[in-house]
Write a protein that binds this ligand. Structure first.
Ligand SMILES: O=C(CO)[C@H](O)[C@H](O)COP(=O)(O)O
Ligand SMILES: [Fe+2]
Length: 221
């Protein structure tokens, strides 16, 4: 059976009690912690850096941490996030002057590299580097904010990426990020995604377990 990963985006968590909130969402059945890093330069918003990642590890969070870098430049932050306890690190190709070098830096630090593609970024940016990637993060909203609506055209992009990966015989993970809800997750999975980021659809609900269960039920259909 296909294994699906649910990755709550802590962008929508309660920052005043972040450790407890992340612990709660993991106890509620989440698989991975999605950690959105925004710099008010690559995207028009500002969030958190490696110190917060390290603080979560020190608090006792042992689940995989999936760092989504929406920063420019990229390379100077890779080492700090790896040292702070990141497992997966993705970045946007537009924000790196040397994409292959950034991927190698992530690997050299023992983390799993990913490329994050904005809605208007073509899949062709994956040519020549796809073999080095652990995951491709398809943005299904424009990066910078939580709580936006899923862009329907991305369904076809995910499908094309599935074909691209399968034709090469790779097992690259397709991660989707933005506007994922219980009522669209099945369609996104049908298109070929296996890892689902969701911020507002989980953290804005009173019962995290119920929200995650609704995702799993939709995926099991
Ligand atoms: O990378 C992101 C925004 O740039 C977030 O991960 C994403 O938008 C998740 O939030 P939501 O599920 O509320 O759309
Ligand atoms: Fe994200």
């Amino acid at each position: 059976m296909q294994e699906y990963l649910i990755a709550p985006s802590i962008l929508s968590a309660d920052f005043a009690r972040l450790g407890q909130d992340v612990e709660s969402v993991l106890q509620a059945g989440a698989d991975v912690v999605h950690f959105d890093v925004m710099d008010n330069h690559y995207v028009p918003n500002l969030t958190f850096g490696p110190m917060i990642c390290e603080a979560l590890r020190n608090y006792g969070i042992s689940a995989p941490i999936d760092v989504h870098l929406m920063v420019e430049p990229v390379d100077t932050l890779i080492g700090s996030f790896a040292d702070a306890g990141a497992d997966m690190i993705s970045f946007h190709p537009e924000a790196s002057r040397h994409v292959h070098r950034s991927i190698q830096l992530i690997k050299d630090k023992g983390c799993k590299p990913g490329l994050a593609l904005n809605p208007a970024t073509p899949l062709s940016v994956l040519d020549h580097v796809i073999e080095s990637l652990h995951h491709v993060l398809i943005m299904t909203v424009n990066p910078g904010f939580g709580g936006q609506a899923f862009i329907p055209e991305m369904q076809d992009k995910i499908r094309q990426l599935r074909t691209y990966i399968d034709e090469k015989g790779l097992n690259t993970v397709i991660e989707v990020d933005g506007g994922i809800k219980a009522d669209n997750i099945r369609h996104v999975a049908d298109a070929g995604a296996t890892m689902f980021v969701a911020g507002s659809a989980i953290f804005n609900q009173p019962d995290y377990a119920k929200a995650i269960h609704a995702f799993r039920q939709a995926l099991a259909q």
